[in-house]
Design a protein around this ligand. Structure first.
Ligand SMILES: CC(C)(COP(=O)(O)OP(=O)(O)OC[C@H]1O[C@@H](n2cnc3c(N)ncnc32)[C@H](O)[C@@H]1OP(=O)(O)O)[C@@H](O)C(=O)NCCC(=O)NCCS
Length: 189
C-alpha cells in the first residue's frame, strides 16, 4: 500500500492527523470566520475536534487515506498550520473531497494544492470511485475551489437537516454519476 503521509506539494507538507494537532485544529474549527456558510457546525468544545480527529485517524487506518493536516514546511518543528483537506470515503462508493483553510491562508491557491494531491492519491487507492464534493450553494469560495479542480455540478437540492431552510446543497463530481449512486450519496427518496 502506498504511504500518503507525508506528501510534499510545491509549498505544503501534508500529514495524516495525530493527537498533537488537536490544539491547532481546534483553533481552526472554532473560528467563526471559517464557518460563515454553516455556522451551526462550528466547534464550540475541544471534545468535538478530538472526536473529529479520531474519525479521521480511523479513516487513515481503514482506507490508507483521509484528510491531511497541511502545513508550510519548516526546517525544525512542524511548520505553520495552513488548513486541513483531502479525500475521505463516503459510504464506500465515492470519495468526498473536503477542505478548510485558516483565514490567513485563503487566496494563495493552497486549497488547489491539497485538492490536486488528494485527487492523485484517491486515484491510486480506488481509481474506480468518483471524487465528489458537497457544498452549499452560497459558499462561493468552495464552489470556485471545486470547479478549479475540474469537478462539475451533478446534483442540486434541499440541504436536509440544515437549520437554514433556504440552504441549497450542491454535489460536484469528476465524472457522471448514475441515479442509483446519487440516491445513496444524497439519500433522496
Ligand atoms: C473554500 C476555501 C478552502 C477556498 O480557499 P481558497 O484559498 O480560495 O482556494 P484556492 O486554493 O482555490 O485558491 C484560489 C484563490 O487563490 C488565488 N491564488 C493566489 N495564488 C495562487 C496560486 N499560486 N495558485 C492558484 N491560485 C492562487 C486565486 O486567484 C484564487 O483567488 P480568487 O478566488 O479570489 O480568484 C476557503 O475559502 C475556506 O477554507 N473556506 C471555509 C471552509 C469551507 O467553506 N470549506 C468548504 C466546505 S464545503
Amino acid at each position: 500500500m502506498v504511504d500518503f503521509s507525508p506528501v510534499n506539494t510545491e509549498r505544503l507538507t501534508l500529514m495524516r492527523p495525530t493527537c498533537e494537532d488537536l490544539d491547532e485544529v481546534h483553533q481552526l474549527y472554532a473560528d467563526p470566520g471559517v464557518w460563515e456558510h454553516f455556522p451551526s457546525l462550528r466547534h464550540i468544545d475541544r471534545a468535538q475536534t478530538a472526536e473529529h480527529l479520531r474519525r479521521e485517524q480511523h479513516s487513515w487506518d481503514e482506507v490508507g487515506l483521509g484528510s491531511w493536516i497541511a502545513r508550510t514546511p519548516a526546517p525544525d518543528g512542524p511548520g505553520e498550520l495552513v488548513g486541513v483537506g483531502g479525500c475521505n470515503l463516503r459510504s464506500g462508493i465515492a470519495w468526498n473531497l473536503g477542505y478548510r483553510l485558516a483565514r490567513h491562508a485563503w487566496g494563495h491557491g493552497y486549497a488547489q494544492e491539497i485538492i490536486a494531491a488528494a485527487q492523485v492519491a484517491a486515484a491510486q487507492v480506488h481509481p474506480d470511485l468518483p471524487v465528489t464534493a458537497y457544498l452549499l450553494e452560497h459558499n462561493v469560495g468552495s464552489k470556485r475551489a471545486a470547479e478549479r479542480a475540474g469537478l462539475h455540478l451533478v446534483w442540486r437540492g434541499v440541504d436536509v437537516g440544515n437549520p437554514d431552510p433556504s440552504a441549497v446543497r450542491l454535489v460536484y463530481a469528476d465524472r457522471t454519476l448514475d441515479d442509483a449512486l446519487l440516491d445513496v450519496l444524497v439519500q433522496r427518496e
